[in-house]
Design a protein around this ligand. Structure first.
Ligand SMILES: Cc1cc2nc3c(=O)[nH]c(=O)nc-3n(C[C@H](O)[C@H](O)[C@H](O)COP(=O)(O)O)c2cc1C
Length: 369
């Protein structure tokens, strides 16, 4: 691809260290997007958190072929939960009756037939047992990079590094920076409040420079709300060595996304996303739909803590996707959704980001007296 081959104006030291041409990371639950970004000279990271260990190994095998020698990463969530065993029946028994009734009420109101496909959370429980098995799979997978979110266990970092992997952790608060650095992790993503999916309360513009100052020589990657070159230039100005992006990749030809969701993403502005605990039990930014509205309506039960909320809603969410129940279909999305105005290829998106960043940097350089 042309962008990857020409020398871009904002190569950072991290590019040489990682063997990439463009300091742009993508996060996507899509093998095709991940591989296309890596092939285009960025760093593709595949979201594997909804996969069983054997699926993680298969995904990594596929990516190794698809990336044509370029590096790629795998990302899983490693939160600390109080549930040790991956025992779905035991977790089911803990669900309060009022919560079950509420989900049944949604099922009737929106006429959701049962799911015939299986989602991870219909069989498994986000438990220490499941996380350990997923982490083992990522370490054995041969992925170049192990990205961990919502938790950074020091023993996992040490084992991944011993296996030759680069390790990366996503954090959302300056409070976590020093502690996560102490785990020995190689790279930090400072992910601000604007971001799609799990997010804290500090905005990207306030978070990134604080984390850069706290962690010193550890490279920081900026995330949350980034969808244009102007924002990439701003991230570099704040001391980040790269950017990490999620929402923009949902609107690429390579990403399989239900057209109901793509249309919603294209129509949505920043204020059409909300933070809700209705999927994972933790705060997660998503498109506002009847799903998030129902869970925040007066009289709705408070979502359960992780992992119980997914034990409760895993089946109905899969059914909503399978049967395309439009009002309840949602996607995680960041405030950056305001810049999603159509579908383009990964290559076009990368080229746009590179061109815009170079233009922004030239504009800034011209300001110097
Ligand atoms: C649809 C979607 C799913 C996501 N799932 C995960 C995930 O499983 N693990 C993770 O570390 N981050 C996840 N994220 C967050 C991204 O890694 C990234 O930090 C975020 O998208 C950056 O903000 P942006 O969406 O404004 O670009 C997800 C983001 C989106 C949009």
């Amino acid at each position: 691809m042309a962008t990857a081959r020409r020398r871009i104006a904002f190569r950072t030291p991290l590019c040489d260290r990682l063997g990439i041409d463009i300091p742009i990371f993508s996060f996507a639950h899509s093998l095709e997007v991940t591989a296309a970004v890596s092939r285009a000279g960025g760093y593709g990271v595949y979201g594997a958190t909804h996969e069983e260990p054997h699926e993680i190994l298969e995904s990594a095998r596929a990516l190794k072929e698809m990336c044509e020698g370029r590096p790629f990463g795998l990302d899983i969530l490693l939160p600390t939960v109080t549930v040790d065993r991956d025992d779905k029946a035991a977790a089911d028994a803990e669900i309060p009756e009022a919560h079950r009734r509420f989900v049944e009420h949604l099922r009737e109101k929106y006429q959701v037939p049962p799911a015939t496909r299986e989602h991870l959370f219909m069989k498994h429980v986000r438990s220490q047992e499941l996380f350990a098995a997923q982490a083992d799979a990522v370490i054995r997978s041969g992925a170049n990079l192990f990205a961990m979110a919502v938790g950074t266990p020091a023993d996992v970092v040490a084992r991944a590094r011993a296996a030759g992997q680069l390790t990366l952790s996503l954090i959302g608060s300056p409070r976590h920076a020093a502690r996560v650095k102490a785990t020995g992790v190689d790279l930090l993503v400072a992910q601000g409040y604007d971001a799609g999916a799990h997010t804290g309360t500090v905005g990207t513009l306030s978070l990134v420079p604080q984390v850069v100052d706290i962690v010193g020589d550890l490279p920081v990657i900026a995330a949350g709300g980034i969808a244009t070159g102007r924002q990439i230039a701003a991230a570099l100005a704040m001391g980040a060595q790269a950017v990490w992006t999620g929402t923009i990749w949902l609107a690429t030809q390579e990403h399989e996304v239900d057209k109901i969701i793509t249309d919603h993403l294209i129509a949505a502005g920043s204020e059409d996303t909300v933070i809700s605990r209705s999927w994972s039990g933790k705060t997660l930014r998503m498109l506002r739909t009847a799903w998030s509205d129902e869970w925040s309506a007066p009289g709705a039960p408070a979502p359960l803590k992780m992992p119980y909320q997914q034990v409760l809603v895993g089946e109905i969410m899969e059914a909503v996707k399978e049967h395309r129940i439009a009002p309840l279909l949602w996607s995680a999305a960041g405030q950056s959704v305001a810049y999603v105005r159509g579908i383009s290829s990964v290559e076009e998106t990368m080229r746009r980001l590179v061109d815009e960043t170079e233009q922004s940097l030239s504009r800034l350089a011209a300001l110097r007296q």
